[in-house]
Write a new protein. Structure first.
Length: 443
């Protein structure tokens, strides 16, 4: 074996695996190093893989026992106050079309499945014996020579390559090591995600959530769920379980949590809401996990996404958008992984791995929906920081819901009067108008 690779990928999450699959199909010789026992072993995600890009990597993936749990057919956004739940609900057969536009996944399964696809692609490539996925190995250092990355160090061993794709995820130590990101990222740009998997009898799950075949539900929650902390809750249906959890802003957590009130208490609080309890009745908690996640604030992006011999893909570059409609971290990881690998293949054809060639990656990303959306929806990211969004708005919405849907033996006020009453109880008309305009502009 020639001991130099065309490319080394650090991290076998979605970004790293998407890059690897693309490299294998471009007949490149590469090494992917993953610190977990297998791809997915260290990953936490809610999670929905949005978009249909997977079908480009694995055509007709839905025809096999693929790594996904269910496709998204039913979406719901729920405002919670102490007593009530007011939902915007959308279910459509247009979601039944393949390739699906959203897949509910469990990462330990999905990433492992995708890694299997990489192995298949390696076997069919020009380097079946010389490209590898190596698991259970932690990359300590990116080896730099004269300001250029030339390989990686893991313990005592060194591996060399023309270029390194760093796809290490949100705890981006190597990204910082190569100088692309400052050590300090303000807590306001970061969140903590906590998640439980609650298992059910599959028939019970399908009846309770009206799931047909492989179809699934995504439900996001605002208000009571985060108990005064900036953030929200989610519930996604898997095959025979639900993923339920919270994504909470780190700075707001520091300000609102104490010795006596931990993240787990907020999750218990969320689960204690009667509407949520109804959904979880009879289920058994089988897994609990927590992980840092970016908020989608573009100020958290590294100063650049490439340097000599290095490209950053996925959340190692904080590529994630939480616009309120969805968290998009996995599809951004997939897209950026593919584009990084395509850039590497072009650099190889040119025989130049300097930043002068690798800057093409930035251009590709800028031209893609990833950077376009990330820029266009920054006001939505800021909008989600509005204190009213997770405090007064859910209360106003539910106050109104209670009046509107209650029929009693009393004279019924007209709807605008109900709305005015609900607003005046929990906020002010001026505040709600300002928020409404901000929301309409940002989305
Ligand atoms: C609770 C929660 C809910 C979420 N929900 C969603 C959702 O619904 N939809 C969505 O799109 N996104 C969601 N996200 C975000 C999403 O999970 C991430 O954006 C996505 O996983 C990023 O993929 P990645 O490949 O860049 O990084 P990761 O998936 O983090 O993969 C990085 C990999 O690199 C490995 N690694 C790290 N350092 C090293 C090293 N030094 N050496 C070797 N290996 C290393 C890790 O073990 C890991 O496997 C959620 C996140 C959380 C925490």
């Amino acid at each position: 074996m020639d001991d130099k690779f065309d490319c080394i990928i650090v991290g076998g999450g979605i970004a790293g695996l998407s890059a690897a699959l693309t490299l294998a199909r471009s007949n490149m010789k590469f090494l992917l190093v993953e610190r977990g026992e297998f791809s997915g072993a260290k990953n936490v995600s809610g999670g929905v893989l949005w978009g249909s890009r997977l079908a480009d990597l694995v055509p007709d993936y839905w025809q096999e026992e693929a790594g996904f749990e269910r496709y998204v057919r039913h979406r719901r956004l729920t405002f919670l106050d102490d007593q009530s739940a007011f939902s915007i609900d959308f279910k459509s057969d247009h979601f039944n079309e393949q390739p699906y536009k959203g897949l509910i996944v469990l990462r330990s399964k999905f990433d492992n499945w995708l890694a299997g696809k990489v192995e298949e692609a390696i076997a069919e490539s020009s380097y079946p014996e010389d490209s590898f996925i190596a698991t259970n190995i932690l990359v300590d250092t990116i080896i730099m020579e004269s300001g250029r990355a030339v390989g990686i160090r893991t313990g005592e061993e060194e591996f060399h390559a023309d270029v390194v794709i760093i796809a290490e995820g949100v705890n981006n130590l190597l990204t910082r090591q190569v100088g692309l990101q400052d050590n300090y990222v303000p807590a306001d740009y970061m969140a903590t995600g906590v998640k439980e998997i609650i298992r059910f009898d599959q028939n019970v799950l399908e009846d309770r959530f009206q799931l047909d075949g492989n179809s699934g539900l995504t439900n996001e929650f605002i208000g009571f769920a985060s108990d005064g902390v900036e953030g929200g809750g989610f519930l996604y249906t898997n095959k025979d379980s639900v993923s339920i959890g919270l994504v909470l802003n780190l700075k707001s957590m520091r300000e609102n949590l104490s010795q006596d009130r931990k993240v787990y208490d907020i999750l218990s609080h969320f689960k204690s809401h009667s509407a949520v309890k109804d959904m979880l009745r009879g289920g058994e908690v089988v897994e609990y996990s927590a992980h840092v996640v970016s908020t989608g604030d573009q100020r958290a992006l590294p100063r650049e996404l490439y340097t000599d011999g290095v490209l950053l893909a996925g959340e190692s570059a904080n590529l994630l958008l939480n616009s309120g409609k969805a968290i998009q971290g996995m599809d951004y990881a997939m897209e950026s992984g593919i584009l990084a690998a395509e850039t590497v293949a072009e650099a190889k054809a040119k025989g130049d791995f300097s930043k002068n060639t690798l800057k093409e990656y930035r251009k590709k990303l800028d031209d893609s929906y990833v950077m376009k959306d990330l820029r266009n929806f920054q006001s939505a990211v800021q909008f989600l920081h509005s204190h009213e969004m997770f405090t007064s708005v859910p209360k106003v919405v539910n106050e109104f819901g209670r009046s509107f849907f209650t029929v009693d033996n009393k004279p019924t006020p007209k709807t605008p009067a109900m709305l005015k009453d609900a607003v005046s109880k929990h906020s002010s008309l001026w505040n709600m108008i300002k928020l409404g305009i901000k929301g309409a502009r940002s989305l």
